[in-house]
Design a protein around this ligand. Structure first.
Ligand code: LLP
Length: 430
């Protein structure tokens, strides 16, 4: 967020709060654009497509802005597909990448004509039986990459291939999302079954999918994963694209280690070029970033409503909580907090907490410029998985959302009211 201290595109966030109230989600269109361009430039040598992961910030105007920038969308449910159509995406600009779904959802996606990604053998078999070669399909792989985690960082790796012995050897170790103990994708250990199904039903595999996840952090792991996928890709004559999913991290804390996207681009390009020469055809590469595009573009603005000291801890009680931003409580995620109303005030140590009736930390032991009642606090990196994971817990309305674009603050979701909270409830007579 440009000049995170105070203004976004020249607008004072205090004025934005006065106009729309708090708590308030605010997104900066310029940052979304910057991130989109950074991403695109990193892979400029590759025929690629950015499919924005709608789940990270599921708002029609944000989706529409992504379309304006040139993105497609990655959807995980039928309503997300329908939202895509609503804002003008064509079927071929939408990918359906669901997890653990009943087959009728896949059938519906076929009716919509969108590219589909299947992540388990059960649905692949059902797909083969019903559609045979009439509708192409992409499969999501779990390449059994093992990355031991030491001190929270992937340090060594190995590839188990379809080799059970190797898997048993390392089975007990702490492993990453690309390992076959994670629920995602079809394990390479079952790959022979994929090939059997493809042959039996004459299924047309047009894509391979591999969610990059945090594994992309380790260059060596990523390079190996890419090689494996391209090796497998050679087995499918109808292949049109390889989808590397999302999961590209951005810094939340100054000490966070994130990847050099340009370097990832170089690693990928090398293997991509080799692969295209080997099959004598240029395929497309897809990505599904959500966080990379949206995290830094959004913040949650909240008001300090209650200041109190319990024991030796100074608490700042805000008018938001994990009903609006779940990440700190759910993942112990760090979100920087800035007191926008007292930028030059002395630094003091606080626990910033929410207003729910249970432990509801937003940030603990944080040094903030002295907080006074009614100060506006900015919770950063809230653009991805902020509003989209919010709830009405404690019967509180969800915040409004505002997009700052072309120097103007535009409301893109109204604040909920009492009627919204009880809309679907049915009051019985007794
Ligand atoms: N593609 C697939 C197949 C995914 O599973 C995901 C995220 C994405 C793309 C987008 O990942 P991104 O680029 O946004 O990291 N609620 C969690 C994140 C869950 C991500 C699940 N899958 C959080 O707040 O960190």
């Amino acid at each position: 967020m440009e000049n995170s201290q105070y203004k976004i595109q020249g607008l004072d966030l205090h004025d934005v709060c006065k106009r729309f109230g708090t708590p308030l989600y605010v997104y900066d269109a310029d940052v979304i654009k910057r991130q989109f361009e950074n991403f695109s430039n990193a892979f400029s040598g590759i025929d690629h497509r950015i499919m924005y992961a709608v789940k990270s910030c599921t708002n029609l105007s944000i989706m529409k802005y992504m379309r304006f920038l040139g993105a497609g969308i990655d959807t995980v449910s039928i309503p997300e597909i329908k939202m895509g159509f609503k804002v003008g995406f064509k079927p071929e600009e939408i990918v359906f990448t669901p997890n653990v779904v009943e087959f009728h959802e896949i059938r519906e996606a076929v009716e919509f004509g969108v590219p589909i990604n299947i992540e388990n053998l059960q649905n692949l078999e059902a797909f083969g039986k019903e559609f045979k070669s009439a509708y192409p399909v992409c499969i999501r792989l779990n390449p059994n990459m093992l990355s031991e985690i030491e001190s929270g960082r992937a340090t060594s790796l190995d590839f188990a291939s379809i080799n059970k012995e190797h898997y048993d050897e390392v089975g007990e170790q702490q492993v990453s999302a690309w390992h076959n103990q994670s629920k995602f994708g079809i394990s390479l250990m079952e790959f022979d079954k994929v090939l059997e199904l493809v042959k039996k039903y004459n299924i047309r595999i047009n894509g391979l999918h591999l969610h990059s996840s945090h594994v992309i952090l380790d260059k060596k792991v990523f390079a190996k994963g890419v090689k494996i996928v391209f090796e497998i890709a050679k087995l499918f004559d109808h292949l049109e694209y390889v989808d590397f999913g999302g999961g590209i991290m951005v810094k939340h804390h100054p000490d966070d280690i994130v990847i050099e996207l340009d370097e990832t681009g170089r690693i990928l390009k090398k293997e991509y070029d080799k692969f295209c020469v080997s099959i004598d055809k240029r395929i497309k590469i897809w990505f599904e970033p959500g966080r990379y595009l949206m995290s830094e573009a959004g913040c949650l603005l909240t008001k300090a409503v209650v200041l109190k000291t319990n024991g030796f801890i100074n608490f700042v009680g805000t008018n938001t909580g994990f009903n609006h931003l779940l990440r700190p409580m759910m993942y112990d995620a760090y979100h920087e907090i800035v007191n926008l109303s007292n930028l030059c005030g002395e630094l003091e140590k606080y626990n910033i907490v929410g207003n729910l009736c249970e432990i509801d930390n937003i940030g603990t032991e944080r040094m903030l410029n002295k907080v006074r009642k009614d100060d506006i606090l900015m919770i950063k990196n809230a653009g991805a998985y902020g509003f989209s994971m919010s709830s009405n817990y404690n019967t509180r309305p969800k915040p409004a959302e505002v997009l700052i674009i072309n120097g103007r603050a535009e409301l893109i979701r109204k604040r909920e009211n009492f009627d919204d909270l009880i809309r679907n409830q049915i009051e019985l007579d007794f």
